[in-house]
Design a protein around this ligand. Structure first.
Ligand code: HEM
Length: 597
């Protein structure tokens, strides 16, 4: 009797929910009919991997505001919307899309800065590490980026480039086309390793996806980007449900965590050496000793560890903050911290020793809080800074190769600047690029515009007082508290009112008009790095990487598409992932063989 009553109730509950959903927002916000009832619609779009294109088509059909879910509004078309949604002090916070990306560690949430939804916890964490990403530190990272760039160029020359002898004939070399999409991702991972640890992860040297790190991160994005459209599924049934976590989620190791942990451990051992021999920095007899170096390397880890040290010395209250505490991943054996992460990256291998340990704190809590804070920042760097860079580099090279006029113009600019000794070869410095390579800068902005690496709406939640969204014609739309609202940079950056009639086409010269140079109005409207206080912390580092690698590649190689008639393949799992960009390389200024001269 009870069972049949329950069964009869299910359809009633479903119908009630669908009707309730329908009335969550005013019907004056247009959109696909089915999206008024369920978020499954937008989840399906992401699952099919081309949501950005559908979002654009829907905005063309319905206008600046489109209802993509019962409680969800996508916005585009006017630059006036950006400060209303992302402006500091507006009170719109990150939605549960981001919570899905958080880990549960020993029963507590552990969020990287990107995925942090609690604004005060975010502010505390950001305050600790923001300096490491500031413009003033950029010059210190330049050498690290350059080291990886040179290694990358050498590997490509060795493995893929044909050269021409003095007579112009092709030297015999196994002609092998380069999988540029994959190699640019190798570069992106190795450079972030270099920036974070002063150590490459070995992708370029080995020419492989080391320990399947790329595949593991890709799998995470694929899973979470879909689930992020229906976060309640993650909350109630999957990743955050304690029963699921306890009985069904496999404890797995992540190669990237293992790698990061190993390097962190090595560095901490260096520092231990320092502490055992010299006390604190000021009193050290041998500041250039092993431990001294650990605090002097120009990488992110050094900066994070310095924060850790300062905090230990001052017993800063942030140490006892619950959020930082939740970053912990400690076991019974303090010398061997153990980790747990979501299982989408595959089963635990026998050879890998890291696994979940439910036992929590121990006498070394203080140290591990700090350590895990540093650790989370490191992991965040690798996640946030690898796929985004790879995606942007791929897009820029692809568009250049598909638009030979742009490619020729850029190479001419580079050649002239090199001939006049205005730039260093093979790697121009950041300052040189800004002062002498305007077309390069335009190409990079155009790449970021056409291909913002994160191409789903950057979701925010309307606060308790509601939001009255003002349009350019001064009319308004009222959105109730709890509405999820967001701008998809991929769609927004194709707005003709902002970027011109040809906004859907590649055209770097749009950035070089007198009007844009004086007003920078398009530049201020770029959303590739987000907007407001949650905008990309790594923007300066990202721009540095882009402005170093692209000219270095084009000064060294002639590049052509192996299959000029083919299109690339683009899949959107929040980060745009492109494949099928095969190129042929030849050296532009081959080193002369002494026998030839
Ligand atoms: C071209 C490359 C990159 C692009 C297009 C990009 C884009 C973005 C975007 C759009 C956001 C905001 C997300 C949101 O509002 O939901 C963001 C946040 C962030 N990015 Fe990047 N990013 C890039 C490279 C990097 C790099 C290299 C790093 C680290 C070295 C990094 C670290 C971060 C961090 C820490 C945040 C979170 C900031 C906060 O919430 O306070 N990003 N990025």
């Amino acid at each position: 009797m009870l069972v049949s009553l329950a069964l009869a109730l299910i359809p009633a509950i479903v119908v009630y929910t669908l009707i309730k959903n329908y009335f969550l927002l005013t019907s004056s916000i247009p959109g696909p009919f089915v999206a008024r009832f369920t978020d499954a619609y937008r989840a399906l779009l992401v699952y099919r991997r081309r949501p950005h294109e559908v979002h654009l088509a829907l905005h063309k059909k319905h206008g600046d505001l489109v209802r993509l879910g019962p409680n969800y509004v996508s916005v585009t078309g006017s630059r006036t919307y950006v400060p209303q949604i992302y402006g500091i002090g507006k009170g719109l916070v990150k939605s549960d899309f981001y919570s899905v990306f958080q880990n549960v560690v020993n029963g507590r949430r552990a969020a990287s800065l990107v995925a942090e939804t609690d604004e005060s916890a975010h502010a505390k964490s950001k305050r600790l590490i923001a300096h490491a990403y500031s413009l003033s530190t950029l010059v210190e990272y330049e050498g690290l980026v350059e080291r990886t760039t040179v290694c990358f160029l050498d590997a490509l020359e060795e493995r893929f480039a044909t050269t021409r002898g003095a007579t112009g004939d092709k030297k015999s070399r196994p002609s092998q086309s380069l999988d540029l999409a994959r190699y640019l991702q190798f570069f992106a991972f190795d450079v972030i390793g270099e920036l974070t640890f002063s150590r490459r992860l070995g992708f370029i040297e080995s020419g492989t996806d080391v320990d399947n790190i790329m595949a593991a991160i890709g799998a995470n994005f694929s899973y979470f980007s879909v689930l992020g459209q229906m976060p309640w599924l993650d909350e109630t049934l999957l990743g955050k449900n304690p029963i699921y976590v306890k009985y069904f989620r496999k404890s797995v190791s992540s190669p990237i965590l293992i790698f990061a942990q190993r390097l962190l451990k090595e560095r901490l051992e260096d520092l231990d050496g320092q502490d055992n021999t010299g006390g604190d920095d000021k009193n050290r007899q041998d500041p250039k000793g092993k431990g001294g170096e650990s605090y002097n390397r120009p990488d992110f880890l050094t900066r994070f560890l310095k924060v850790r040290k300062e905090q230990m010395e001052s017993h800063d209250e942030a140490l006892s903050d619950g959020q930082i505490l939740s970053y912990l991943f400690v076991s019974e054996q303090p010398k061997h911290p153990r980790l747990i992460i979501p299982s989408s990256s595959g089963p635990l291998k026998q050879s890998q020793s890291l696994c979940f340990s439910p036992s929590l704190l121990n006498s070394n809590l203080h140290e591990y809080q700090l350590t895990s804070f540093s650790f989370l920042s490191i992991k965040m760097n690798i996640n946030a800074g690898s796929d985004t860079i790879a995606s942007t580099l791929r897009a820029i090279f692809y568009h250049l190769l598909k638009n030979p006029t742009s490619l020729t113009e850029l190479q001419s600019e580079l050649d002239a600047a090199a001939r006049d000794k205005k730039i260093s070869v093979p790697c121009p410095t950041w300052v040189e690029t800004q002062e002498n390579l305007p077309f390069l800068c335009a190409v990079i902005k155009e790449g970021l515009r056409m291909n913002p690496a994160l191409s789903l709406p950057l979701e925010r939640v309307v606060p308790a007082e509601g939001l009255t969204l003002r349009h350019e014609d001064n009319t308004t739309t009222s959105l109730p508290p709890g509405t999820i609202i967001g701008i998809n940079p991929w769609v927004f950056q194709r707005s003709t009112d902002i970027f011109g009639k040809d906004a859907e086409r590649w055209n770097p010269t749009r950035w070089l008009t007198a009007e844009e140079k004086s007003t920078k109005s398009m530049e201020h409207s770029l959303l590739a790095f987000g907007a407001g206080k949650r905008s990309c912390l790594g923007k300066n580092v990202a721009l540095l990487e882009l402005h170093k690698l692209i000219p270095a590649m084009l000064l060294k190689f002639n590049m052509t598409l192996t299959h000029p008639d083919r299109e690339w393949k683009v899949e959107n799992a929040w980060a745009l992932n492109q494949t099928d960009i095969e190129v042929n390389l030849s050296l532009r200024n081959p080193r002369r063989n002494p026998e030839e001269s």
